[in-house]
Design a protein around this ligand. Structure first.
Ligand SMILES: [Zn+2]
Length: 302
């Protein structure tokens, strides 16, 4: 569907924030038959040459304007949206985009790669590289084949990209098995992909090796960073208090589910105890409740 590119950078107002929060809360309880219309894409300044990108198709993204090059974090979901992001970047700097860092392999963070110029260094965790190699085998994804990650990292050491201090951190399986945190120590900002969802249950891809217990461990590591701004895929910028609140909620549910399993309750009984009615999300996709994910984490052998 056609979308217009915003020529004027948008800004966050309290009203739009309230609407977004209300929409997220509503989405958690009342499934809608169709995807909401994407809002126009815009680049929102944070600090020290770092921007987060909201709107368009797919998850939030971001970029860092370095002295010579631009480093992009996540690639939106469509070529149209990634091109719109490049237009926003070109309004701010003449430096070329040379690097894209992927926080993980989900299509709403990756599939816009085809809208980028060729010859990029595409950085990802090894497990994300594997996931994308698998996904891009689909003939419908052939335009993405030139954009496979070509620099795999393990996340165990800091990295300087073109003179920009960046730490690509890996804390083990959480949302997927290949979640990279892009931590900018000078700006005290961390891009965290889909490691946090507010207003609805966190999404954990068990089929990609994700786990709720790994997610809790990862959130603890995020809290230990010297950072005050966390950019996630599907919320406005988050604070440490948001991350702490999410961690507490997950840990409370894990303890409750564990106790109910020890009482011999089945998944269906536990879901009833929590008042969970299964619903399908947009396009019939299932978004399993956190309770179900925790139950499976505790009972299934991997
Ligand atoms: Zn994701």
């Amino acid at each position: 569907m056609a979308k217009r590119i915003a020529l004027v950078a948008g800004f966050v107002t309290l009203a739009s924030l309230a609407v977004a929060v209300a929409a997220a809360v509503e989405a958690a309880s009342v499934p809608k038959p169709q995807q909401p219309q994407p809002v126009p894409l815009s680049a929102e300044p944070l600090r020290g040459g770092v921007y987060w990108v909201k709107g368009g198709s797919g998850a939030n993204a971001g970029f860092i304007i370095g002295k010579k090059v631009v480093i992009v974090i996540d690639a939106k979901m469509t070529e149209e949206s990634s091109r719109a992001m490049l237009v926003e970047i070109q309004k701010l700097t003449a430096n070329p985009v040379k690097y894209v860092v992927l926080t993980h392999s989900d299509g709403d963070h990756v599939n816009g790669l085809a809208g980028f110029p060729p010859g990029l260094t595409i950085v990802a965790h090894g497990n994300t590289k594997k996931d994308t190699e698998e996904a891009f085998k689909d003939p419908k994804m052939s335009a993405l084949l030139p954009y496979l990650p070509n620099q795999a990292v393990t996340g165990d050491r800091p990295l300087d990209i073109a003179g920009v201090r960046v730490k690509l951190l890996y804390f083990g399986p959480a949302h997927t098995s290949g979640d990279l945190v892009v931590y900018l120590p000078d700006q005290k900002i961390a891009f965290i992909g889909d490691l946090a969802f507010l207003g609805r249950d966190p999404l954990i891809h068990r089929q990609k090796g994700g786990t709720s217990f790994g997610l809790a461990q990862t959130l603890k590591k995020l809290l230990a960073l010297d950072a005050d701004t966390f950019i996630s895929g599907h919320n406005d910028p988050l604070t440490k208090a948001d991350i702490q609140g999410l961690l507490t909620a997950i840990e409370e549910k894990q303890a409750k589910v564990k106790a109910l399993i020890e009482q011999g309750k089945s998944l269906e009984e536990i879901k009833r105890d929590f008042g969970i009615a299964d619903t399908s999300g947009p396009g019939g996709r299932r978004w399993p409740s956190l309770v179900e994910t925790i139950y499976l984490d505790l009972t299934e052998k991997k």
